[in-house]
Design a protein around this ligand. Structure first.
Ligand code: SF4
Length: 440
């Protein structure tokens, strides 16, 4: 942080090297710990069916939206909402029950562990409230529009913030900490139930759109799926060897981790969806997290039937293993799962990460965290394709350092292209070049 202060660091290369160091510490330290501790406390995700898009809101039920990034608040709300006492209270006010749905990465956390439906991603948060059917939205930290405050006042929706790090005008603040999470969740769910009677039916419009999705593919779950395949040519349970063999054989050409945000500079979700469709058509399996995962889920790309959009090789793998072609690996923090997977694959293959026919992509990145994550992905040896130009374009030297210059430092760099069709073509070419270098 001190380097960024006026009058301190002025050398671009030192900035890039330090950014990568910080990215590595944030990723392999912070994010990895976030994932591991969440799994220890709340459980390691396993495949589970859910639904995605605004159609998951239910006009006959008390709708509660959980939003943000920290699973502790949403886990408590999800557990309390399932108790017979709360369900009875909801029925007593004329609702058929309590419907918890999620936005952004808090949604990814609870969908991976409970199958709680995803109402949408970053640029869809206001739309959820605009349905007029949300009794309460409770937020923790990050990616919460300040506009939720005034917008919720246009409807009966209660808006509750819970973290001292994210106090938001127009919200009612309830401090949620580990020791009071259950008690706070009882207050939050109870407030939503009491608010059901205030809903103005003339303002309610819930779009019918929703798609089925399979989610919950932690590294452990992926290995479990691979172990479940009767495999004549690889019999090494507890490893990624079957995956490595199908990549070597060319049945799968490679893999792409598509991650990150929506960005209001471009049409929401368009790049995520079009890039994913082109990749799976070319037998490249996709793993995804964050708002990208929700874009894919809303487009039906996490349903088994999405195999029909795949090339023959990936379709065969989907049939054999019983997976969709796009695997939901969690929240943005859970990019650590992707890095874990990739590095274990490299180790089991016996090659360097930089040699794998695997790349990262953030087509619509927006947040500061996305910059840090992208730095740790590049610094970990994976080329990363960006669909939004970084704010350093004014410097030719800096642009060279982050695209080609970093290759001398870490063996990977950024490839930047605003046109999603050109971006995906560059990705496929990059993967094929890595295959050629490996002689496969
Ligand atoms: S992917 Fe980006 S916009 Fe979406 S929840 Fe994560 S940081 Fe926020």
């Amino acid at each position: 942080m001190h380097m960024c202060h006026m009058g301190v660091q002025a050398d671009p290369e030192s900035f890039v090297r330090q950014s990568m160091r910080v990215g590595l510490a944030d990723g392999w330290g912070g994010s990895m710990m976030g994932t591991e501790f969440s799994d220890i406390i709340f459980g390691t995700p396993t495949p589970i069916e859910t639904e995605a898009n605004l159609g998951v809101l239910n006009k006959d039920m008390v709708n509660i939206v959980v939003h943000g990034h920290d699973p502790s608040v949403s886990e408590a709300v999800a557990v309390i909402a399932e108790t017979p006492e709360m369900i009875a209270r909801a029925k007593a006010v004329g609702a058929k029950g309590i419907n918890i749905v999620g936005l952004c990465c808090t949604s990814n956390e609870v969908t991976m562990r409970h199958g709680i439906p995803m109402a949408g991603n970053f640029l869809q948060q206001e739309n959820a409230i605009l349905t007029g059917a949300v009794e309460l939205i409770v937020v923790d930290v990050q990616c919460i529009f300040p506009a939720i405050g005034p917008l919720s006042k246009c409807f009966h929706t209660k808006f509750i913030s819970t973290s001292p790090k994210a106090k938001i005008p127009g919200s009612d603040f309830i401090l949620v900490e580990p020791h009071n999470a259950e008690e706070a969740a009882i207050t939050i769910v109870g407030t939503a139930i009491d608010n059901f009677a205030n809903r103005d039916e003339s303002k309610v419009f819930i779009p019918e759109h929703k798609e089925k999705a399979m989610v919950g593919y932690s590294c452990e779950a992926i290995i479990g799926e691979l172990d479940g395949v009767t495999n004549s040519f690889v019999d090494e349970p507890g490893t990624y060897k079957p995956l490595i063999e199908v990549i070597k054989a060319g049945v799968l050409r490679g893999a792409v981790g598509i991650v990150g945000c929506n960005n209001p500079k471009v049409r929401a979700d368009y790049s995520h969806i079009e890039i994913i469709k082109e990749l799976i058509k070319n037998d490249i399996i996709v793993v995804t997290t964050g708002c990208s995962a929700q874009a894919a889920a809303k487009a039906g790309l996490m349903d088994y039937e999405a195999k029909e959009l795949c090339g023959d090789g990936l379709k065969r793998v989907c049939d054999l293993v019983g997976i969709p072609p796009v695997l939901h690996m969690g929240s943005c923090v859970d990019i650590s799962r992707i890095l874990n997977l990739v590095h274990t694959v490299a180790k089991e293959w016996g090659i360097d990460v930089t040699q794998l026919p695997v790349v990262g992509c953030a087509p619509e990145w927006m947040s500061q965290k996305a910059v840090s994550i992208a730095n740790y992905v590049v610094a970990s040896g994976l080329d990363t394709y960006l669909g939004i130009e970084p704010q350093v374009k004014g410097s030719d030297e800096m642009m060279h350092l982050i695209t080609d210059g970093s290759r001398d430092m870490v063996g990977a760099g950024y490839i930047i292209e605003m046109d999603p069709a050109k971006l995906v073509t560059a990705m496929i070419d990059g993967i094929e070049a890595k295959r050629t270098a490996l002689n496969i």
